[in-house]
Design a protein around this ligand. Structure first.
Ligand code: NAD
Length: 298
């Protein structure tokens, strides 16, 4: 069993660290939130008094942080981990950040002889709790192979997309497509409802027709069509509008850098940003369904 340091115990990191403990790994955790630390301790993790302590004797250091500047700060900041990590430690960053930041952190750690992979995840909070996440990795093949055992304790699929940064590129491609599917499915359902159709019946028809997609299968955005999804829980839990807007921003930056044309991704970025500005940033991303509510006819 491995010794693992884990940084970032939010909606995703908390249950991921708990699953590592369940699989028999020895896990030492750090977060800025006392409440998150207390919960991790209850799940069987040892609590570090500062971020550097998670590196002590660690075979793996895993981070699950909100955005680029958090990851850069933790590894490369003035008292960052780059000077404290031992050469045998493999660093696995599971946060969704830009490929550039992943490559920057990877290169600076490599200069000190420390291996790094980016391993953003798909599967949401439900997948983190159930231990069924998909890890989309970027890094040397040997490093990804070395990470498989610990990743398998938190998920059911481990893919290697290419070298460091490639995991992040694959992840934002997936999330850009997901946002388009969610917005399109919401529009189609609202159009049907506006014409008197029952959302459950329409969902079933589209599910068996060419409009079939993941949101209709497991994440219907219309309240009370499906049990156990955020739309049937006042859009609480799940994947925040603000996090989707962040990922779509990363996708557009990547498109600008490469010259790729992503008109649909650009539309959904604007849709999610304005929905957030209207005060819905902390709701699940399926709440975009409410944004396309038909206007009442005068
Ligand atoms: P979250 O905001 O719930 O958790 C982030 C945690 O990081 C918080 O507990 C915070 O206190 C901690 N943190 C911030 N800065 C820190 C620091 N310097 N040191 C230690 N801890 C620090 O976010 P989340 O929903 O768990 O998402 C984490 C990452 O996973 C994001 O990049 C997100 O895009 C990605 N992701 C989220 C989901 C989802 O459904 N929530 C799905 C896939 C990927």
């Amino acid at each position: 069993m491995a010794t693992v340091g884990f940084i970032g115990l939010g909606n995703m990191g908390g249950p991921m660290a708990a699953n590592l403990v369940k699989a028999g790994h020895q896990v030492t955790v750090f977060d800025l939130s006392e409440a998150a630390l207390a919960q991790a301790q209850e799940a069987g993790c040892a609590v570090a008094s500062d971020v550097g302590e998670v590196t002590k004797g660690a075979d793996f250091v895993i981070s699950m942080l909100p955005a680029d500047h958090h990851v850069e700060g933790v590894y490369l900041g003035s008292d960052g981990l780059q000077t404290q990590l031992a050469k045998q430690t493999l660093v696995i960053d599971c946060s969704t950040i830009s490929a550039e930041t992943a490559r920057k952190v990877g290169a600076e750690l490599a200069e000190r002889g420390i291996s790094f992979i980016d391993a953003p995840v798909s599967g949401g909070v439900g997948g983190a709790k159930a231990g069924t996440l998909t890890f989309i990795c970027g890094g040397r093949e040997s490093a990804v192979d070395a990470a498989r055992d610990v990743l398998n304790a938190m998920g059911k699929n481990v893919f290697r997309a290419g070298d460091v940064g490639a995991g992040q590129v694959a992840k934002i491609c997936n999330n850009m497509l997901l946002s388009v599917l969610m917005a399109g499915t919401s529009e189609a359902l609202q159009l049907g409802i506006a014409h008197g159709l029952d959302a459950k019946v329409l969902s079933e028809i589209m599910l068996q027709s060419s409009g079939r997609n993941w949101t209709l299968e497991v994440y219907n955005p219309c309240p009370d069509v499906m049990e156990g999804v955020p739309s049937s829980n006042d859009y609480q839990g799940g994947f925040l509008v603000d996090l989707m807007a962040k990922d779509l921003g990363l996708a557009q930056q990547a498109a600008l850098r490469s010259g790729a044309a992503t008109p649909m991704g650009s539309l959904t970025l604007n849709l999610y940003r304005s929905w957030s500005q209207l005060g819905h940033g902390r709701e699940d991303f399926s709440s975009i369904f409410k944004y396309v509510t038909p206007q009442t006819k005068k």
